[in-house]
Design a protein around this ligand. Structure first.
Ligand SMILES: C[S@@+](CC[C@H](N)C(=O)[O-])C[C@H]1O[C@@H](n2cnc3c(N)ncnc32)[C@H](O)[C@@H]1O
Length: 218
């Protein structure tokens, strides 16, 4: 299967702390979802009405807090950075969360080859890497093709929520989603459920303004 030609994540170190390695050895298989075709994430949480795919969960602090606050919803985090997933795994175990699982994969590859069409209840894309330089723009995860793929994977009436603290990326996101006639929505007030993550805190300290988007598939 073809891998994406563009990497929207940066290759950071994969060094683990001892606690992270122990958590991986003890619990990884319990919470990691194995890839299968087609993958319907709702089957991983038969007792939940809705399952949200979180793209790029980072160190998992926001994921764990959101999941803890909304136990009736299942969350699947997809992230490439293994120490980040190990940190999320530790939070899952510490908080005894039963509504979070994860997939270590490139979200673009996951969506394009595994996730069943019209199967997702929602997507969270919180603080995607902004790739600020002109020559890096092609690495932004939000591209017209990504918007179309998201459209194909969401159920009718399902949503994608995006937050960014990089104004030029906010403008870029708006142009691409507004151009796809299968979506309605746009800029939305910050929702109560969106807790402050490390990345957002860093942005706010630099004086960045945060923009939230909610687009619903028609
Ligand atoms: C700026 S961080 C934000 C993390 C987190 N959402 C937060 O708000 O703290 C972006 C994350 O997205 C991940 N990421 C970027 N592109 C990805 C992709 N194609 N598939 C999976 N993860 C990706 C990166 O590894 C990184 O951890």
């Amino acid at each position: 299967m073809e891998r994406p030609s563009i990497r929207s994540y940066s290759l950071r170190g994969n060094r683990m702390t001892r606690a992270q390695s122990l958590a991986i050895n003890a619990h990884w298989d319990q919470y990691a979802i194995a890839l299968a075709q087609p993958l319907n994430l709702n089957q991983n949480f038969p007792d939940k009405q809705k399952v949200i795919l979180e793209i790029g969960s980072g160190m998992g602090e926001a994921t764990a807090q959101i999941a803890q606050a909304t136990p009736d919803t299942g969350y699947v985090a997809v992230e490439m950075h293994e120490p980040g997933l190990a940190a999320l795994l530790m939070l899952i175990v510490e908080k005894e969360l039963t509504n979070v699982k994860f997939i270590r994969e490139d979200a673009i590859y996951l969506l394009s080859h595994f996730i069943a069409d019209s199967s997702l209840d929602g997507i969270h894309l919180l603080f995607p890497d902004p790739w600020p330089k002109n020559r890096q723009h092609k690495r932004r995860i939000v591209q017209s093709e990504f918007v179309q793929m998201v459209c194909e994977k969401l159920k009718p009436g399902a949503f994608i929520h995006i937050a960014t603290d990089w104004q030029p990326y906010a403008d870029w996101i708006k142009v691409r989603f507004d151009a796809n006639s299968s979506f309605t929505g746009g800029i939305t007030p910050r929702p109560d459920w969106r807790v402050l993550s490390k990345f957002e805190g860093q942005g706010l300290r630099k004086g960045h303004q945060v923009t939230d988007f909610r687009y619903v598939k028609l």
